[in-house]
Design a protein around this ligand. Structure first.
Ligand code: NAD
Ligand code: WQD
Length: 341
């Protein structure tokens, strides 16, 4: 079995990806400092897959500790690098913490790849690198605009650092995955999004309101020039996203890549408005939702959704789930985690 190191494996996308990797015959180890997660999520992974995944609870910014992981696991063939801080608003208030964590962590991963001869890297990038895109849907060739936050800038820098590294290391190969808006949970409701920090993304805000943890959902503006006035995003089910990582690592391991630093958009290719998302939630769950229209949120782009042809053609990836599936699974997870505490 090929061994994959997943950084941030106790996090939201990392834990779902581990399940998909195991389902496809990979052996996985995780490195996660638990700064925004809990190791208990790996119990859910074990119940789903029957496999106990080892997590090294270390901060990847500590190079000596990270090196020890590679020393103990000389058979790692690829790295999927999720570990990063990701709260956009927090990054505006704590820019240095975001730059330090997200960039030093990546630099240490690249150092270890170099030192220990690990050739394959998948990097979590974000549609936030496009900023306020000039053309929709965005393709990988759409020009990146000024980042709207320090968080988004860490993703732009991260992509550039990997491209520079790839340039001088033709033997290394990387895939940069630009996720759009990940949401939803594993269909078993045994794992899902469980951040230590309060969630601010739309879907957890909806489910937490419906279950009574929050009073209301505030729709950030209904005066945008969109079909109902609210912002448009491309919501991608976390299970589809997880599977794209398996496909991306297989793509590199099978030598199907045509460059040593390639970029893929990962969205379903359809834009959904905030109000449509809210109505989809109410329709599939039968729950009432207390929502009201509020002012615009600073830094929000009016609309963004992906052209995903590149991932379809080269990775053979296709989204299986839509906004209704996302809402159904997110609600099942919210109910399950509220019952179990
Ligand atoms: P998450 O916070 O659930 O997972 C990230 C994990 O990394 C957490 O478990 C955290 O404890 C860990 N971590 C952070 N810094 C670390 C460090 N220095 N050392 C070791 N562990 C560390 O976030 P997620 O939603 O699963 O996101 C995963 C990746 O995808 C991140 O890089 C994020 O920026 C990127 N991304 C997320 C989204 C999204 O909306 N969720 C969208 C685009 C890109
Ligand atoms: C979605 C839509 C809000 C909450 C962020 C990051 C991006 C990527 C994905 C990491 C927007 C509206 C939200 C609420 C609302 N993450 N909304 N009321 O901002 O598109 O993207 O997560 O890389 O980089 O910026 O996601 O879920 O916060 O918002 O009306 O309480 O829902 O205005 O239109 P966003 P989101």
């Amino acid at each position: 079995m090929s061994k994959i190191l997943v950084t941030g494996g106790c996090g939201y996308i990392g834990s779902h990806t581990i399940v998909d990797l195991i389902d496809h015959g990979f052996e996985v180890i995780s490195v996660d400092s638990l700064v925004n997660s809990n190791e208990e999520i790996l119990q859910g992974v074990r119940t789903i897959t029957g496999v106990e995944v080892q997590n090294y609870p270390i901060d990847i910014c500590h190079l000596t500790e990270l090196r020890r992981v590679f020393q103990e696991n000389q058979d790692i063939v690829g790295i999927i690098h999720f570990a990063a801080l990701k709260a956009v608003g927090e990054s505006v208030d704590q820019p240095l913490r975001y730059y330090r964590n997200n960039l030093n962590g990546l630099l240490n991963i690249l150092d270890c790849m170099d030192q220990f001869g690990v050739k394959n890297l998948i990097f979590s990038s974000s549609c936030s690198v496009y900023g306020n895109a000039e053309q929709l849907p965005v393709t990988e060739a759409t020009a990146r605009q000024e980042a709207e936050s320090p968080y988004a800038r860490t993703k732009q820098f991260g992509e550039d650092i990997i491209a520079d590294f790839a340039h001088i290391h033709p033997e290394h190969q990387s895939v940069l995955l630009r996720y759009f808006n990940p949401a939803g949970a594993h269909p078993s409701a045994l794992i899902g999004e469980a951040p230590s920090n309060p969630a601010s993304n739309l879907v957890p805000v909806i489910t937490e309101t419906a279950i009574g943890k929050r009073e209301e959902v505030v729709v950030f503006g209904d005066d945008y020039p969109t079909r109902d006035g609210s912002c448009i995003r491309d919501y991608i089910h976390v299970m589809d996203l997880a599977n794209a990582h398996t496909k991306a690592i297989q793509y590199l391991l099978n030598g199907n890549n045509t460059g040593n630093c390639e970029i893929f958009n990962l969205g379903i290719g359809e834009g959904v408005t905030v109000l449509e998302a809210i109505h989809a939630f109410m329709q599939v769950t039968g729950q009432k939702l207390n929502f009201r229209i509020g002012p615009r949120r600073a830094g929000d782009v009016e609309a963004i959704y992906a052209n995903n042809n590149h991932a379809a053609q080269k990775l053979g990836w296709q989204a299986k789930y839509n906004i209704e599936d996302i809402m159904r699974s997110a609600w099942a997870w919210e109910e399950a985690r509220t019952v179990t505490g």
